[in-house]
Design a protein around this ligand. Sequence first.
Ligand SMILES: NC(=O)c1ccc[n+]([C@@H]2O[C@H](COP(=O)([O-])OP(=O)(O)OC[C@H]3O[C@@H](n4cnc5c(N)ncnc54)[C@H](O)[C@@H]3O)[C@@H](O)[C@H]2O)c1
Length: 376
Amino acid sequence: MSEKQIRVAVVGAGRWAERAHIPGWQRDGRAEVAALVDLDGTLARKVADDFGIAQVFTDYREVLDDPTIDVVDVASGNEAHFEVSMASLEAGKHVLCEKPVHHDARETSRAAALAESKGLRTKLGFTFRYAPAIQYAKDLIDQGFVGTPYVFNGYEQNSQWIDPQTPLRQFEHTPAGSDEIAVSSIEGYGAPIIDIMHWWTNSPITNVVGTMRNFVPDRMLRSTGTMERMNIDDGDMWICEFEDDVMASIQSSYVTVGNYPGIEARLYGSEGAVIVRLVEEFGICQTIKTATKDSVEFVEREIPQEYFPEGGNSREPWPFLFYSNLIKNFVDEILGDAPATQGDFAQGALVQRTINAFEHSYRQRRWVNFSEVEGV
Ligand SMILES: NC(=O)c1ccc[n+]([C@@H]2O[C@H](COP(=O)([O-])OP(=O)(O)OC[C@H]3O[C@@H](n4cnc5c(N)ncnc54)[C@H](O)[C@@H]3O)[C@@H](O)[C@H]2O)c1
């Protein structure tokens, strides 16, 4: 009999499961990764052995029948997110899922509603909201440090695919060779900074406008290893208006020079401003700087230890550090130790609806009112 309070099945044994999900769960003394599932049984066995995970499956449905599994963690490729999440919720499991749950916000809302109707907890893989610097900034904002928010600037960018030879997964809803620019960086990369925008500005979004570009046309297609015309958005810019008097810009790209993860979030208000950078530079993965209207030079702040997972520091690899905090928060929520649910499927639906509104704006070359886009 396990003494752990929460037993988890991780679905997907790829790179991200190895770097973030499994180490994150294993860092939390209250949780145990009891099973690992991957379509590729050999990979699942290898990763399970590396991490000391007892059970291995190639079909996720096997863990749904196990009443001792409390949580299903969907760390698979995007194509399985929705199916596995819905089936797991139906089976009464709490679900952590990588983004997006579904490309269509309406489907993500359906998953959120199912979870709510069954009293289950959900969480999206919005890694960066759980960075200690971002959580600390949110508390400063809530305590009134910036005053009335005026302007949010959000960037999610690095140079991961600036080299056309770096293999890229084709987004499943747009075949290689299509003439239409397919949503790629704004969904795969932009989602976490859109999440932070909504969280920090804390006001209903009303209108959006913006554009996307394809800077590197021919790329190495990951599934075939051949160079193909891949007409995807590898850079884009958006403007958002809200019910309150705040406004925001979002820039996302994976062909802009800079290191991982490449997040920068800024909030300027009537009293002060906060700038958080999550860019790994010289061994440090996060910084927070603040200024006030009376002291306008930005000063770096030390992040209090309470914002870190136990023993954590800013020199840890960012996937491990941020994901440990995400999982700590999810375990708190499941065990009833955290007052609110943050970054859940309902928030995922809001982020997805924002992306859907952006896409609408680009395709129709106009401002889009948020009410035109269904989903939450
Ligand atoms: N939040 C973040 O910062 C972040 C960072 C990197 C990746 N991701 C996301 O994490 C997910 C995994 O990324 P990755 O780089 O590890 O991909 P990957 O291709 O290395 O691994 C995905 C694994 O899922 C398995 N899989 C697919 N369908 C399955 C199914 N139905 N049942 C069981 N296994 C299945 C595949 O066999 C593969 O081994 C993606 O959705 C990706 O977008 C998020």
